[in-house]
Design a protein around this ligand. Structure first.
Ligand SMILES: Nc1ncnc2c1ncn2[C@@H]1O[C@H](COP(=O)(O)OP(=O)(O)OP(=O)(O)O)[C@@H](O)[C@H]1O
Ligand SMILES: [Mg+2]
Length: 356
């Protein structure tokens, strides 16, 4: 059963439509991420689930029950926002206990639950401190403890890691995922950071301009993007105008750079027949080599134009005829230099195709 359902939801602010007709199922116990660029409607969707905003049209169900008319404090949700400040004049323990007191949980139980929640976020000894005596990362953990101590039906997280510096952010995402798995709470997580979404999610909902572009497991949205937007937003892609010339057990796509490419049908699920198409080549699937490729691998001569050294990997911009392409390769040897004549190797099974 789905824990949260958005059914035909529309949200308008005056004449502006922030969320176009959206239907979405959040499975019980899943970690689901709303991913998309700034302004695409992620927070708006989350606030409607929370009860902080009313949808203009459509229904929201939590645990199978319609909640459009249920106020936020009766929805039993845990909320953590980017700057969901702790109460500065309450201690950490009082902050975490807040939702329990509000629910009239007996005092004797509150102390034990607060202790468990602080253990879970690995800050067992800070209960007597005030928020200002904690680092940003610690404060975010306390905000998380405060959200989960009430045993919410759904945890709603709006960019909870974005105020943290890069290293701490990576540690915290592992930590957050561990906690979510441990307590098994259905979680809706909002981010515009694709690596965060890929690392943490059971399901990713890719959004653009108030619409859902694709819903899938991380490897599905990454390897089989449903739209050009998804192919560009997740990872680095080369996308070419092409023509589908055979559409059946095999899908053959022709473009000016690679010629005839036989794309697995599973990687062209939205291509309905022959005609205009797009060929999608992930930057990391395009390998630079000194020599032409062996049988079964496409090989195209090219010239290196730009070398962007990134440590473990290098991003090349190369020219093949009229086309400029990007390739991201691991460095096992010396990187190629600007001006080098190379061969681009591409396995056809690594390509995807979209409707043109
Ligand atoms: N109260 C409001 N009144 C008018 N427009 C609003 C209101 N709230 C949001 N919007 C608009 O709705 C759109 C979606 O906003 P939303 O906050 O959901 O985006 P977001 O995907 O969370 O972006 P970000 O990544 O920047 O947080 C934006 O264009 C925003 O300007
Ligand atoms: Mg937002």
């Amino acid at each position: 059963m789905s824990a949260v359902t958005l059914s035909n939801i529309v949200k308008r602010f005056g004449t502006f439509t922030a969320v176009h007709r959206t239907t979405l199922e959040i499975p019980e116990g899943a970690f689901v991420t709303l991913l998309g660029p700034s302004g695409c409607g992620k927070t708006t969707n989350l606030r409607m689930i929370a009860g902080l905003l009313d949808p203009t049209e459509g229904e929201i169900l939590i645990g199978g029950k319609r909640v459009n008319d249920v106020p936020i404090h009766k929805r039993n949700l845990g909320l953590v926002f980017q700057n969901y400040a702790l109460f500065p004049h309450k201690t950490v323990a009082e902050n975490v206990a807040f939702g329990l007191k509000y629910r009239n949980v007996p005092k004797s139980e509150i102390a034990a639950k607060v202790r468990d929640a602080l253990d879970l976020v690995q800050l067992p000894h800070v209960g007597d401190r005030y928020p200002k005596a904690l680092s940003g990362g610690q404060q975010q953990r306390i905000a998380l403890a405060r959200a989960i101590v009430i045993e919410p039906d759904v945890l709603l997280l709006d960019e909870p890691l974005s105020a943290l510096d890069a290293n701490l952010r990576e540690d915290m995402r592992v930590e957050l995922k561990r906690i979510q798995e441990r307590i098994g709470v259905t979680t809706v997580f909002v981010t515009h950071d694709q690596s965060e979404a890929l690392a943490m999610s059971d399901l990713i909902v890719v959004m653009s301009e108030g619409r859902v572009e694709q819903v899938g497991k991380p490897e599905e949205v990454y390897n089989t993007p449903a739209t050009e937007f998804v192919a560009n937003f997740l990872g680095a892609s080369n996308i070419f105008d092409a023509r589908c010339v055979e559409h059946g057990a095999t899908v053959v796509v022709e473009d000016v750079v690679f010629g005839r490419v036989t794309v697995p049908a599973t990687k062209a699920p939205n291509l309905m027949g022959t005609g205009p198409a797009k060929l999608v080549v992930r930057a990391e699937k395009l390998k630079l080599a000194r020599d032409a490729a062996p049988e079964g691998v496409i090989s195209v001569p090219a010239t290196v134009e730009t070398v962007d050294y990134q440590g473990q990997a290098v991003r090349y911009f190369v020219r093949a005829g009229e086309a400029q392409l990007q390739a991201i390769n691991m460095i096992d040897d010396h990187p190629f230099a600007v001006g080098a004549a190379v061969h681009l190797h591409l396995r056809p099974q690594d390509c995807a195709a979209l409707p043109g």
